[in-house]
Design a protein around this ligand. Structure first.
Ligand code: GUN
Length: 173
């Protein structure tokens, strides 16, 4: 999709197309639409990331809380968004054995209890062995640092999803 096509979209179409580049947070796309026209894909991406950065901490935590757990209940029930399903499946999280699933469920619960939001990681850049390792590592970090890391992961997911839609390559992630 080229940038002229993006710039020609009305509000409804833009939110339909870009509404899930930040998981279950169409408000971000709704806000970014006001910034059109965009000169190129990089500028469009910039507005998504800048909106997230400019939110107060409560809004940033809200974005994190809109994410489902990795290999969690939504995956078992088949209620993930198409994007999350594809990413979790690509990381091998849809084929975990019972032991691995239980271990992740325990770690996800500990993480949520400690930080008050779910563990978010760009699953497409990870795999089933690395996810529990990374979760256990991040569980030990100070909350302020972890909020920043989790938001960096949201931004990586956003950039990858935008690149899929635009047929472009994200610059270094
Ligand atoms: N990484 C990529 N997609 C997702 C998601 O939907 N939830 C979480 N927690 N991490 C992700």
């Amino acid at each position: 999709m080229d940038i002229e096509k993006v710039n020609s979209m009305d509000f409804g179409e833009f939110v339909d197309v870009f509404g899930n580049v930040v998981e279950r947070c169409p408000l971000v796309a709704a806000a970014v639409w006001s910034r059109r026209p965009f000169s190129n894909a990089a500028e469009l991406e910039h507005h998504f990331l800048a909106f997230i950065d400019a939110l107060p901490q409560s809004g940033q935590e809200g974005i994190l809380r809109c994410h489902p757990d990795l290999a969690g209940r939504e995956l078992q029930r088949g209620t993930l968004t198409a994007e999350s399903q594809r990413e979790q499946s690509g990381a091998g999280l849809t084929n975990l054995g019972a032991d691995e699933r239980l271990r992740l469920a325990e770690l996800n619960a500990q993480y949520r209890a400690r930080f008050g939001f779910p563990f978010v990681l760009a699953a497409r850049l990870s795999d089933r062995a690395a996810v529990p390792r990374e979760l256990a590592r991040r569980l030990r970090r100070p909350p302020a640092l972890e909020l920043r890391t989790a938001l960096d992961e949201v931004k990586k997911i956003c950039r990858l999803r935008l690149a899929d839609l635009l047929g472009s390559n994200p610059a270094k992630l």
